[in-house]
Design a protein around this ligand. Structure first.
Ligand code: FAD
Ligand code: FES
Length: 372
């Protein structure tokens, strides 16, 4: 356990801390999508509906192997077209939560979830005319499903193209639904499947996404020009890095590309990237402002700001704890914070002073972070 403490600001009198919003959501239905992916459909709470944006995720919280485990799952439902909330979970080998859910959760049970979060979103406007080009790999299709439903239903003049990479034909999640949409919204949605291992009679593409393949894929989707086109990607790290490089070769600027990462990069995990490793060896006090309260948290060099706060029972919002999902995002109003992992934040967010407490370490004694 880390050496840390917190005290509520002397200025405030016994404030009531509400923390992030949690819900006990009833599982309405569980759909087997493929041999290793399920969709969990949750009923909206009886009272006030949970508001969310396409591209956001829910944090599912479950007792796995005797401890509380929480993981982020992107909503595949759309607030515009679906009454219920739905997430799709794909099994990860040896993974705690992704195997616990399909093996244990049943319709009729309830599950604790944290309110929807995430910045992988866009606003919809019926007057807009744009082209979204989506790259999805495996379970990375989930936020894309929500975004596709929203854009097709909310922006009659916009179109969407999906390049969807999978291991083999049996691992394509939502294949039938995507086929149906291509008929229903003819000309407004183009789906191109790319498989690692294609069957003999496969009409689509197979193999690794490379320059030549991308040239061919781009010939098959409408070209609305750079101004009207935005590129979104979500999938395995390798696929996204590859797609980003290829888009760069096609002179598509980085500002036009938006990514959602589900898993921390292998390189990042291998490196010992703690503040202690970088020579920072002093426990520092951080001020956290959250939900109308102010807390002082001592952060030891080997600990993150979030971990130190949680150790002291401060119920801060968090989900992935790897610097990916931004659930723990706050703005540093003063002081310097070092992040072990910066991928979750855009360049402009970093420039504005945003930090992720789950991978953040104070480098100065005057760090003040405002969350929410
Ligand atoms: C913002 C966000 C949204 C997400 N949305 C979805 C979603 O819609 N559907 C979904 O299935 N998952 C999604 N994930 C991933 C999910 O949160 C879990 O990380 C995943 O289910 C594995 O959790 P686990 O407990 O089973 O594995 P763990 O016990 O945490 O990990 C086991 C091992 O598997 C590795 N690993 C973790 N995830 C993956 C992966 N995706 N592929 C390969 N190796 C992995 C870990 O690095 C670790 O080595 C999302 C993650 C984030 C950050
Ligand atoms: S908890 Fe996901 S980025 Fe910090």
């Amino acid at each position: 356990m880390a050496f840390s403490f917190f005290k509520k600001s002397e200025k405030k009198e016994e404030p009531v801390h509400n923390g992030p919003h949690y819900y006990d959501l009833k599982v309405k239905n569980i759909v087997n999508e493929t041999k290793d992916a399920i969709t969990i459909v949750f009923e909206q709470p009886a009272g006030k509906k949970i508001q969310y944006k396409s591209g956001q995720f829910l944090t599912l919280i479950a007792p796995v192997q005797g401890k509380e485990v929480r993981r982020a799952y992107s909503l595949c439902s759309s607030p515009f077209t679906d009454d219920d909330l739905a997430v799709t979970v794909k099994r990860v080998e040896q993974g705690l939560m992704s195997n616990w859910l399909p093996d244990n959760l049943k319709a009729g049970q309830s599950l604790k979830v944290m309110e929807p979060m995430g910045q992988f979103t866009t606003e919809y406007d019926a007057k807009r005319k744009r082209h979204l080009v989506l790259f999805a790999g495996g379970s990375g299709i989930t936020p894309m499903m929500s975004i596709i439903k929203s854009i097709l239903s909310q922006e009659p003049e916009s179109i969407v193209s999906l390049i969807y990479c999978n291991r083999d034909i049996d691992s394509i999640i939502f294949r039938d639904e995507l086929d149906k949409w291509q008929t229903k919204y003819e000309g407004r949605i183009h789906v191109i499947h790319v498989l690692d291992n294609a069957p003999m009679n496969w009409q689509g593409y197979s193999g690794l996404l490379n320059h030549d393949m991308l040239v061919k894929l781009f010939e098959r989707i409408p070209n609305w020009g750079l101004e009207k086109t935005t590129y979104l990607m979500c999938g395995p790290e390798g696929m996204m890095k590859n797609a980003e490089v290829l888009l760069g070769e096609h002179k598509i600027p980085k500002e036009k590309i938006f990514k959602e990462s589900f898993v921390q990069g292998i390189l990042d995990k291998k490196e010992e990237k703690s503040a202690a490793a970088s020579g920072e060896a002093k426990t520092r006090e951080v001020t956290i402002r959250y939900d109308g309260q102010e807390y002082k948290v001592a952060v030891a060099p080997q600990d993150t700001i979030l971990q130190s706060a949680l150790d002291q029972g401060i119920d801060l919002p968090y989900s992935c704890q790897s610097g990916l999902c931004t659930a723990c995002r706050g703005k540093a109003l003063s002081g310097k914070v070092k992040l072990d992992e910066e991928e979750g934040l855009s360049q402009s967010e970093r420039a504005e002073g945003y930090v992720l407490t789950c991978v953040g370490h104070p480098l100065t004694d005057d760090v003040v972070i405002e969350i929410g």
